[in-house]
Design a protein around this ligand. Structure first.
Ligand code: JFZ
Length: 434
């Protein structure tokens, strides 16, 4: 009897300790998080057979069509202008420090040579090339990190338990729905991705929200999957675009289409954690190539967005949607080049910085690195600027010319005699502080 009770107590205790087990990031992960934050700028690539329909990556669900009819696009996918070297060069020239590519989006098409499904770029297309391998090799060659987007939601497979999107996509055999089978499939794919493509900087998951409608929470078994990622590659960061505050086991907090703390698109209402932050944003209006969407943001807007992200202590993951022929759109390449020109000059005030002492203002924002506080002034109607500061300012100068900027100590900070600021992308003033 006593023995039985003791056993029960021991069993209970071990359950308690298991459930109380917290994710302890390893030293490798902590280092990777720091490097990630220092990078500040990455390029997102949304590319798949959806590009051929040229209506964005949600086409299968938005059109509500038959999955087998949709899949016929694969048999004509021949992106003969795809050139990993050109992509990576253009992205490096932009000053971006990492690339995140869609390995498998919600339509279920895999952009690598996977053994887990025939619906992939090598087996299902006349092109027959493993573009992920080519890209991974080129990233290694040119020294830029590679992150992998991977969808949890799936709009084509029989075994995926249907969520709140795409339930009207036809052609799927409902009798074959099996979470066990689907979960197993995903983990085997993740194993391939983290085994065959060299070091991966981060796994960027997306699709959790497909089951956020459930009264009883859907169990995605993320703990096990995250542990698998960390086991396969101890320096690979885990990110999940679930639009919630971070879950246990995650290393990055993602925001979509809005900077942390802003929520104009209704996808970023979550509170801000202490994890490294990343905001993903489109260059036009859609992620995947969309022929009618030529509404590209100007280079000035994009630079200011990058600077504003840095001013909030966040990275910008800026998207480009390659064309069906495999080329990056020329308008996108032009913006990448111009952003790179700006960063070549002002990168010091962005890379490796933290959010500055003064929170974002109507005139711009601030970043900090060591004893340098950088003011990024986009526009200023007044001739002078009051900065609430608790540190001592030793000197102030215009970042690009080095010319001294006059300032005066006042109660609670300084008044900086900038003069009116207009007609510039970003007037950067460097303060040396003590
Ligand atoms: C998600 C993807 O669906 C999208 O295709 C793209 O990859 C982006 C980066 O991430 O964006 C979402 C996800 C969920 C909703 C909207 C956009 N939602 O639930 O309305």
């Amino acid at each position: 009897m006593i023995k039985k009770t003791l056993l029960a107590v021991v069993a209970m205790l071990s359950v308690v300790s298991l459930s109380a087990q917290k994710y302890e990031p390893t030293p490798e992960i902590l280092k990777a998080r720091e490097e990630f934050s220092d990078a500040r700028f990455g390029i997102f690539i949304h590319w798949g057979i959806y590009s051929m329909f040229a209506q964005g990556e949600w086409y299968l669900q938005n059109a509500g069509i038959n999955r087998d009819e949709y899949a016929k696009a694969a048999d004509a996918f021949y992106p003969h202008r795809f050139n990993a070297e050109e992509w990576v060069s253009a992205i490096k020239a932009a000053g971006a420090k990492y690339i995140c590519i869609t390995t498998r989006h919600h339509d279920s098409f895999s952009m690598w040579d996977t053994e887990q499904s025939e619906f992939n770029i090598v087996d299902a297309t006349p092109f027959g090339r493993d573009i992920l391998k080519e890209l991974a090799d080129e990233c290694a060659k040119q020294g830029i990190k590679l992150h992998l987007y991977y969808s949890h939601a799936d709009w084509s497979r029989d075994d995926y338990p249907r969520g709140r999107t795409a339930y009207w996509v036809t052609g799927r055999d409902e009798s074959k729905i099996s979470w066990e089978s689907y979960y197993n499939f995903m983990n085997k794919q993740i194993e391939e991705l983290l085994t065959n493509y060299g070091p991966i900087g981060a796994m960027w998951f997306d699709g959790w929200w497909d089951h956020d409608e459930d009264k009883t929470p859907f169990d995605w078994q993320l703990d096990e999957q995250y542990a698998l990622v960390h086991k396969l590659q101890p320096s690979c960061l885990v990110a999940n675009n679930h639009h919630q505050a971070p879950f246990e086991g995650e290393d990055i907090q993602i925001f979509e289409r809005d900077l942390p703390g802003e929520n104009t698109h209704g996808l970023s209402g979550q509170s801000i954690s202490r994890l490294p932050l990343e905001t993903c944003q489109t260059m036009n209006g859609m992620w995947g190539y969309k022929v009618v969407d030529q509404n590209y943001k100007s280079t000035e807007t994009l630079i200011r967005y990058l600077v504003s992200a840095a001013g909030k202590g966040a990275n910008l993951l800026l998207n480009v949607g390659p064309q069906p022929n495999g080329e990056l759109p020329a308008v996108a390449v032009e913006r990448l080049r111009e952003m790179g020109e700006w960063l070549a000059k002002y990168g010091e005030t962005i890379y490796g910085t933290d959010a500055g002492d003064v929170k974002p203002q109507h005139w711009g924002c601030t970043t900090r690195k060591g004893n340098k506080l950088y003011l990024h002034i986009f526009e200023l109607e007044d001739e002078a600027l009051f900065l609430p500061l608790s540190c001592k300012v030793v000197s102030a100068k215009a970042f690009d010319t080095g010319a001294a900027v006059k300032f005066q100590k006042v109660d609670g900070g300084i008044v900086l005699k900038t003069g009116k600021v207009e007609g510039v992308v970003d007037y950067v003033v460097e303060l040396t502080t003590k």
